[in-house]
Ligand binder design. Structure first.
Ligand code: PMV
Ligand code: MG
Length: 360
């Protein structure tokens, strides 16, 4: 039997700007997992996901008609990941077989989401990785990223795929997304194996070392948020406010680049400064677009952490989910833990997850 576990993720900085090619974000893989198991089957295969049978299927109404929001349904990510990996396997001359595929998840609960740790990205990567073993395809981390990104985009349509990169590479990464239009165009023209072999314009994924004196703390607000809805909302207003949006992009790029340099230099003071700067920039993006990124609960989470000597901001799309705090190893965390508890913020005991010996 093949069994593959893939970690969830948290955005540290660069959110929203990272949706545009060439604008970096820092993202980290955390030790909550999605596991995919594959066993050979005969004549018929099955797909069973804890994420599916245990979860309600969300729907909405458009022009009076009931429609399922595929982006919220983990099953579609699994199916797309299978379709693309099998396309690649066929191009590589593999004979397609039957199997039973089973997904278990620490990243979802019965409401369909847990902490916003990226379950749709992780399940996509886990499915691709499991089939990579099943068909003996010998993909490296970058190829696993690229197939998973294509599968994710086919379902979600928007987003940077930074969550995919964190789940595929593990640890801390600096990430800038690829030119999506170029990839979509070439996907129509080239065989999949050719597209996977080429460098994708603007895509960079660089592993970062964890600075020695850095402590990462995570607080959960208790309310779930939909990344794809929030990104749609920002996309809608950015055309009207184009000048201010372009300024936000330039400022975010400069800030996150300084943050990445500070990671390389292991300069925790500068990392903290850039986290606070990025928080302020996301505040400006909220003003420009009218989209609430830092909810009152996230604001409180951040203010309490800053009062205790940390640098804090919302993580990812915001609107709920988690906030992150960067502190010096020497800063005691007990005062913050009790302040959060009083404010009904839940500290999440997560650790950064590194793959042993590469992505396999
Ligand atoms: O809310 P999360 O953790 O899924 O992060 C979303 C980050 C965005 O930059 C807002 C969107 C994206 O796809 O990068
Ligand atoms: Mg989120």
């Amino acid at each position: 039997m093949i069994e593959v576990s893939v970690p969830g993720k948290l955005y540290i900085a660069g959110e929203y700007a990272v949706v545009e090619p060439g604008h970096p974000a820092v993202i980290v893989a955390v030790d909550q997992f999605i596991t995919v198991k594959i066993e050979t089957a005969r004549k018929n295969g099955t797909i069973h996901s804890q994420q599916y049978s245990d979860l309600p299927i969300r729907w909405t109404r458009r022009n009076g008609e009931l429609v399922l929001d595929h982006r919220e349904n983990p099953f579609h990510y699994i199916l797309e990941a299978i379709r693309l990996t099998e396309k690649y396997a066929s191009e590589k001359g593999r004979i397609l077989a039957f199997y039973d595929l089973k997904v278990t998840s620490e990243l979802d609960n019965s409401n369909g989401r847990k902490y916003g740790l990226g379950s749709s990205g992780a399940v996509t990567v886990a499915t691709v990785k499991a089939l990579n073993f099943f068909y003996d395809l010998e993909m490296d981390e970058m190829t696993i990223f690229k197939i998973s990104a294509l599968a994710h985009l086919a379902v979600q349509g928007n987003g940077s795929c930074g969550d995919i990169a964190a789940s595929a590479f593990g640890g801390w990464i600096a990430f800038s997304t690829f030119d999506h239009e170029w990839v979509i165009k070439k996907q129509k023209e080239w065989p999949l194996s050719h597209l996977l072999f080429e460098d994708w314009p603007e895509l960079t994924i660089t592993k970062l070392k964890t600075p020695k004196n850095l402590r990462l703390l995570i607080g959960w607000t208790g309310s779930p948020a939909s990344t794809s809805d929030l990104v749609d909302q920002v996309n809608q207003s950015k055309e009207e406010k184009n000048r201010a949006y372009q300024q936000f992009l330039a400022d975010s790029k400069q800030c996150v680049q300084a943050l990445i340099d500070a990671f390389v230099a292991e300069d925790v003071l500068m990392i903290k400064k850039m986290i606070l700067k990025n928080r302020a920039l996301l505040g400006e993006l909220s003003q420009i677009t009218g989209v609430m990124i830092e909810t009152p609960a996230l604001k409180e989470l951040c203010e309490l952490a800053i009062a205790c000597g940390g640098a804090a901001k919302s993580s990812g799309a915001g609107g709920g989910d988690c906030g992150i705090v960067i502190a010096d190893q020497r800063t005691g965390i007990l005062p913050l833990m009790s302040a959060w508890e009083k404010a009904e913020i839940t500290p999440l005991p997560l650790h950064v997850y590194h793959y042993q010996g590469g992505a396999q």
